[in-house]
Design a protein around this ligand. Structure first.
Ligand code: ADP
Ligand code: MG
Length: 725
């Protein structure tokens, strides 16, 4: 039979039906599937050291991992009292070294046999007899030939994950490598190109079949890099195509209403404010105004650090819409915030004769029905609530603007939800978590972005300090002294192990004991996530009215709450929080012209002065990595007050998946690229994708057929595409 890419792997040499079945269990059915089973790592001669070098390294105090290739000389099982030790002695051309195991001995005894070659990776140690030793090293088996060829030609050896399904059928590292080699030699040229030629040329990108050859069996590092670049580019390019298509779809639908800015009421409102808008606020307001007046619906992200004054900007946008006879909706992430927005906005526009309505859970039935009626008949002009506002069966009269106070919660707004309701309004999303640029390109790639990059002038930078737990008594004294000057304090305890019960316990326990001991002269209140919003609201209002000096809380105060006289925040167990969360928490203070303080309290072991930001994680153990990341996070908070800078650091430390969660966030599921690292490729891919969709929104030009085809075939399950189709 003539074999092609869709032929079963069964027909490859040394596969056969049984092994084909094993392949099938790990999702590899056809030859094409096998071609796309890429190595999980590579062995590259430039990374290999020999015995002599390694011993020198260790003597010089080197702490990292090394890789060495050796041949097994012998192995022995040593009984040491009750303990067993398995020791393998190996050699390379410069000397002898040993590998030892204390656990899983039976397994390792079977693997290591005299005359076998292995690449060994681990942190080297010198025993008291001066022997070079590796404890529980990583190892990869290679053949003698590979080892020789490798040393002489400088080739790169690929290593594939060999899942147990394959091992059970006697497929190990060598045999898999051989089978894949065979497939690549014979079939990779049949793989069809998935990017248009003109892009390959313009961006000097490898054709797909060459990339496949090079990703499996690269002749050198450059060709491996080129192959990776090709795969990353393609992945990011198609992702950005979807983003661009969605943007173009939103823009293709015209609004069915017209907004004209009426300056008088806006001027009157601005004059009633006790402050002037900052330049940055005026700039973004201008951008929003242009969107509102345009016939295309606005799709804009308003980002600005905590306290930069986003609410006022959104409110002015709402006033513009309302004075044109349309309703404006403001959605907050929690009921307590919706309630706070309602109170603030009602107060700010009390002279404008505009009806503001609040719809949230926990309202009395008759009250709720009254509000629903106002919303439906149009009496309600500004409507404030949680996300439930658009999810539930609320009928609106004429919506012109939806503002989403997304705070730090990411999640792409389901515009389709709105369109289903028969409205295609202007949408403004506010976020307080500054998003690293790469992420805003992906997460919010279809939005226009306005940034408030300046704080109101009266703000003093918050003083942030890092203190060990042993300093707590002094911190309590500080809180007491400052209370005499009218300062109020947030005392935050983190969520422990994701359990609300435990979280509550921590805060509650401290509340009870502090009340009797260190802070007995002050008035304390407790607030936590399991209270009803009405209870929380009462405590927040009382705190704002200065009935308390100290608010002991779990992280419920994290979002949006605005209390001007609370100017100290103490964050306990600060090491448990992520950077953006710490910055959000800190943003609760420093909202007036008084000096504010943020005190990060943590285990004493995390207190160090060294500047560890330049640490190279490659050479550390996982526990060391965690510790140094924690130290970096905490010290970054002390050093830096700028949310954007912190978000970039956070992205580097944690990677995007960890920050935003995967599925819910709308973050793409990327196989080959890492948006925190592949920034340049991402910019390139985005630029090209957006230009193509701008020129050819339906992908009807012949040169773009291939794009349309790939999108249809490979991305039909994609959330974005399904929203477009
Ligand atoms: P955020 O951007 O975090 O949502 P807010 O909109 O809540 O910030 O604003 C924080 C505080 O700053 C509010 O009390 C608000 O009234 C005040 N504010 C907003 N703009 C200015 C300004 N231009 N000058 C002084 N204070 C301002
Ligand atoms: Mg806000």
């Amino acid at each position: 039979m003539s074999e092609n890419l869709s032929t079963s792997v069964q027909y490859l040499k040394s596969v056969g039906p049984k092994r084909a079945e094993a392949f099938s269990k790990i999702g590899i059915n056809t030859i094409k599937d096998l071609l796309f089973y890429f190595p999980s790592k590579y062995l590259d001669r430039s990374n290999i050291l020999n015995c002599i070098k390694i011993v020198q390294y260790v003597r010089n105090g080197y702490q990292g991992e090394v890789t060495i290739i050796g041949e097994v000389i012998n192995k022995e099982l040593i009984h040491y009292g009750k303990k067993n030790i398995f020791k393998v002695r190996m050699k390379d051309s410069t000397g002898i070294f040993e590998c030892v195991w204390f656990q899983g001995i039976k397994y390792f005894t079977e693997i290591f046999n005299e005359g076998d070659y292995f690449a060994i990776s681990a942190k080297p140690v010198l025993t008291k007899y001066g022997n070079l030793q590796f404890v529980h090293p990583d190892f990869d088996r290679i053949s003698k030939n590979e080892s020789l060829e490798f040393l002489h030609t400088g080739k790169i050896i690929p290593f594939y994950r060999v899942p147990k399904e394959l091992r059970e059928k006697n497929l190990g590292d060598f045999s898999l490598r051989k089978i894949i080699h065979q497939a690549v030699e014979k079939f990779s040229d049949l793989v069809e190109e998935t990017l248009p030629q003109y892009i390959l040329k313009e961006k000097k990108i490898l054709p797909l079949n060459e990339a496949i050859k090079n990703i499996h069996f690269p002749s050198d590092n450059d060709s491996l890099t080129a192959a990776k670049r090709r795969l990353k580019f393609e992945e990011l390019f198609y992702f950005e195509c979807l983003v661009a298509l969605r943007k173009s779809l939103v823009e293709s639908k015209k609004k069915n209403y017209k907004i004209i800015v009426k300056p008088e009421p806006i001027k009157k409102f601005l004059n009633s404010l006790p402050f002037q808008l900052t330049k940055a606020q005026l700039k973004v307001l201008h951008e929003i105004r242009k969107d509102l007046e345009s016939s295309k619906p606005m799709n804009r992200l308003l980002q600005g650090d905590v306290g930069s004054g986003k609410t006022i900007v959104a409110l002015i946008a709402m006033l513009i819409v309302v004075t044109n006879g349309y309703q404006a909706i403001l959605m907050a992430p929690t009921e307590i915030l919706a309630d706070q927005h309602f109170k603030n906005i009602s107060r700010l526009i009390k002279d404008l004769n505009i009806k503001v309505s609040l719809l949230i859970g926990g309202q009395k039935k008759y009250e709720r029905e009254k509000i629903l009626k106002e919303i439906k008949n149009g009496d309600a002009q500004i409507i404030i609530g949680t996300h439930a506002l658009i999810e539930e069966n609320v009928d609106f009269h004429k919506v012109g603007l939806v503002v989403i106070d997304e705070q730090h919660r990411f999640g792409v707004i389901q515009r389709s939800e709105l369109i289903k309701k028969g409205i295609n309004p202007d949408v403004l999303i506010m976020t307080a978590t500054p998003i690293p640029r790469t992420l805003s390109l992906t997460l919010y790639g279809d939005l226009d972005v306005s940034t408030i990059d300046e704080m109101p002038a009266n703000r003093k930078p918050i003083k942030t300090v890092l203190r060990g737990e042993s300093k707590l008594p002094e911190i309590y004294k500080f809180i007491q002294a400052k209370a005499k000057e009218g300062y109020q304090t947030f005392l935050v305890y983190p969520l422990i192990e994701d359990s609300e019960k435990m979280e509550l316990k921590a805060a509650e326990t401290y509340y009870n004991s502090l009340k009797e001991t260190h802070l007995k002269d002050l008035r304390l209140a407790l607030i936590h996530g399991r209270m009803k919003w009405q209870e929380k609201e009462k405590i927040m209002l009382d705190f704002a009215a200065k009935k308390y000096d100290v608010l002991v809380s779990t992280t419920v105060i994290e979002v949006g709450i605005d209390i001007p006289d609370a100017n100290i925040i103490v964050i306990n167990d600060a090491f448990r929080f992520g950077l953006s969360q710490l910055h959000q928490l800190r943003g609760r203070v420093g909202r007036s012209d008084k000096q504010a303080y943020c005190i990060l309290v943590t285990k004493d072991e995390f207190i160090t002065n060294s500047n560890m930001l330049n640490i190279n994680f490659e050479y550390l153990s996982p526990a060391q990595i965690e510790k140094s990341k924690t130290i970096i996070r905490l010290n970054s908070m002390v050093r830096c007050n700028n949310g954007f800078e912190l978000s970039e650091i956070d992205l580097k430390l944690r990677g995007p998946g960890d920050i935003f969660g995967t599925k819910q966030s709308g973050l793409p599921d990327l196989k080959y690229s890492d948006i925190s690292e592949d920034v340049d490729i991402l910019y390139d891919a985005k630029e090209i994708a957006f230009n193509i969709i701008k020129e050819d929104p339906k992908l009807n030009l012949e040169k773009n057929f291939i794009i349309k085809k790939v999108l249809k075939e490979n991305y039909h399950n994609n959330l974005l595409l399904s929203q477009i189709a």
